[in-house]
Design a protein around this ligand. Structure first.
Ligand SMILES: NC(=O)c1ccc[n+]([C@@H]2O[C@H](COP(=O)([O-])OP(=O)(O)OC[C@H]3O[C@@H](n4cnc5c(N)ncnc54)[C@H](OP(=O)(O)O)[C@@H]3O)[C@@H](O)[C@H]2O)c1
Length: 281
């Protein structure tokens, strides 16, 4: 199959590229905004036709949650309007969405059928993207994920390693609960969808297994990085002064993905260990 992977310079896009070596049956076209801007309809159509693309995996997105509050129009263009473009090419689409489509006020893991209630500009644009994609491409597969990190790009893991080396004390919130997700494991899940003997469209939730707070996550990162001189203190969200509200509970129920594709999902700490192994090497 000829597969277009957009946003290839991001965390997930890079992990898709690494894993493509283990899936040599396909021909891959890795692009980021410089090679192919997903908001440019004419360019997308020309690329799909010229390269005989049969499947698009959309890893491109506007992911800066705080900046999206100030410039929702740009976030909407990339996270929503571009999905009408990608979805109307007459090829299969796998798209990635977010836990931010939910309010984060619940105390049980969210299922795909639960009502959405985005609280941020980023969440609104991502939800709009899901709707616009499904409107033109009802056979699309959408994977909602959360708390993504990787050895590629900037993310919480790398920030906590840097701060742990720089500071003697660090306050990290313990009242936001979620599941850290190694982008390599999400990439693996996407290959599972691609190589399923039968195409299985729909919305799925995918994160690593288990739950923790950002505080617990930081302690694990520091332990694995051998950082011993920084004292990590649990703080409340209200002490941190977020520019944009963050969900308190954003755990996703992955039962549908596991049942549909017959897979097990790695525990978040195992994913972190593998990522740290790459960062430490
Ligand atoms: N990161 C998380 O914690 C998280 C959580 C839940 C869901 N997700 C979702 O997971 C997916 C992957 O996230 P990620 O962390 O891998 O994102 P990322 O690292 O920010 O990568 C996104 C890539 O898309 C590129 N891009 C932006 N606008 C584009 C355009 N118009 N055309 C083509 N490429 C464009 C970006 O380039 P620039 O860097 O130059 O803008 C970047 O290389 C996204 O759909 C995201 O919404 C992420």
């Amino acid at each position: 199959m000829n597969i277009l992977i957009t946003g290839c310079n991001g965390q997930l896009g890079n992990e898709m590229r690494v894993l493509s070596e283990s899936h040599p049956a396909h021909q891959y076209f890795f692009t980021d905004v410089e090679e192919l801007d997903i908001t440019d309809k004419a360019a997308v159509s020309a690329f799909i036709e010229a390269q005989g693309i049969e499947l698009i995996v959309n890893c491109a997105a506007y992911t800066n949650v705080d900046k999206a509050e100030e410039d929702e129009a740009t976030a909407m263009k990339i996270n929503a309007e571009a999905l009408s473009v990608l979805g109307s090419q007459g090829v299969k689409v796998i798209h990635v969405s977010t836990d931010y489509v939910f309010s984060g006020d619940e105390h049980v893991p969210c299922r795909e059928t639960d009502p959405v209630a985005p609280r941020t500009a980023y969440g609104r644009t991502k939800y709009e993207g899901e709707k616009r994609l499904l409107a033109v491409c009802p056979e699309a597969a959408i994977l909602r994920t959360a708390w993504l990190y990787s050895s590629f790009g900037n993310n919480f893991v790398k920030t906590m390693i840097r701060l742990g080396k720089e500071k003697e004390q660090l306050g990290v919130v313990f009242d936001q609960i979620g599941t850290p997700t190694y982008a390599a494991d999400l990439a693996h899940a996407i290959y599972t969808v691609i190589e399923s003997p039968v195409w299985r469209p729909g919305i799925y939730h995918f994160t690593n297994e288990g739950v923790c707070s950002w505080y617990d996550f930081t302690l694990a990162i520091h332990e694995l990085a051998g950082i011993t001189k920084c004292q990590v203190r649990p703080i409340l969200s209200e002490e941190y002064q977020y520019k944009t509200p963050r969900p308190h509970y954003s755990v996703l129920d992955k039962s549908k993905f596991k049942k549909t594709f017959g897979v097990e999902i790695p525990y978040w700490l195992d994913g972190l260990k593998r990522c740290m192994g790459k960062l430490n090497s």
